[in-house]
Ligand binder design. Structure first.
Ligand code: FAD
Length: 289
């Protein structure tokens, strides 16, 4: 990369025009990943397009259809939003990400676009059925969040595209949910493994469910069979619930393909997947009992 210029557009269209001219430019949101990566030579220095001045990206809108979370909403702004009991898993994940200073800068979109398998808010948004809105040179498109992730440090976004917002339908936002993670050092470490569960409980029975796991495959992922194990369970029936949670945890362990790294070995990670899935499901159910 030969030039190193800084751009501060005030609209999505302005950001897209700059990206169209310089598709290799780095998008800067909170900078908590990007600036570290530049500083440590993980990515090459290059032009920077700062999204901080783009008001549309910072908005949290609520309509009859549901919630629209702007990509550059920070974790602290999310935690301060009047969400009531909705999106509990997402709020728990935002609250566990880094410490307060990091949460003041780190954005929801940056967390998703960094492409980390351990990205804190990813599993929480997956279990709430999130859809992402992407803007490119010619068109805006929407796709299920799962389709954004391509592998460690990679997304499916084209170089001239950016993430605009994350949408959760009104119905999905009210599902009972929870996020749990295993970590070494709270606030300075990312998850060793993590999981979110969301349940639609009606009449004391689980009518629909989603379970997602983080840091146990190259991308955060939904475990559909784990969710299926929870369907039809009467949450007040402790024996039935325990059996269903065991099945969900076992399926999630089998669906995992964790790696060994400096923070944990693969076998420990696999075992802990079962633990975080059990904790997340039980915490989500807890609101109902
Ligand atoms: C001390 C410390 C602790 C941390 N703890 C955690 C933790 O516990 N859990 C965790 O998950 N992470 C953690 N992180 C990592 C980081 O804070 C998060 O991933 C954060 O959410 C990234 O958001 P950001 O706005 O800072 O992204 P940036 O650093 O600005 O961007 C990250 C990447 O996303 C791209 N990007 C940003 N916005 C967009 C967009 N709208 N469209 C397309 N691409 C975009 C950027 O180009 C860059 O490649 C930690 C970091 C530090 C320094």
């Amino acid at each position: 990369m030969t030039t190193r210029e800084y751009f501060a557009p005030d609209s999505v269209d302005g950001a897209l025009r700059t990206l169209a001219e310089r598709p290799q430019a780095h998008l800067l949101a909170g900078g908590t990943d990007l600036l570290n990566d530049l500083r440590h030579g993980v990515i090459e220095p290059g032009d920077v397009v700062d999204l901080a001045g783009v008001a549309e990206l910072r908005e949290l809108d609520e309509g009859a259809d549901g919630l629209r979370i702007g990509a550059t909403l920070t974790m602290r702004e999310l935690l301060a939003a009047p969400l009531g009991t909705r999106l509990r898993a997402l709020r728990e994940a935002a609250d566990l990400l880094g410490g307060r200073q990091i949460q003041a800068a780190a954005t929801v979109g940056g967390n998703l676009c960094q492409g980390s398998p351990a990205a804190e808010v990813a599993t929480a948004l997956l279990v709430h059925g999130a859809v992402v809105e992407v803007a490119g040179p010619d068109v805006r498109r929407a796709m299920p969040l799962a389709e954004l992730f391509a592998g460690p440090r990679r997304t499916t976004l084209a170089p001239a595209e950016l993430l605009v917002a994350i949408r959760v339908s009104a119905a999905d936002a009210v599902w009972r949910s929870a996020y749990r993670r295993i970590d070494l050092r709270r606030s300075v470490d990312i998850a060793i493994v993590s999981a979110s569960a969301a349940l639609d409980v009606d009449g004391g029975v689980v009518r629909s469910a989603r379970v997602a796991v983080g840091a146990a495959r190259p991308v955060p992922f939904l475990v559909h069979e784990a969710a299926a194990a929870l369907l039809g369970v009467a949450v007040a029936d402790e024996a039935a619930l325990a059996a269903a949670v065991d099945r969900a945890a076992a399926v999630a362990r089998s669906a995992s393909a964790p790696i060994s790294d400096v923070r944990a070995g693969a076998e420990y990670r696999r075992a802990m997947v079962g633990v975080v899935v059990e904790r997340a499901v039980r915490a989500a159910v807890g609101e109902e009992r």
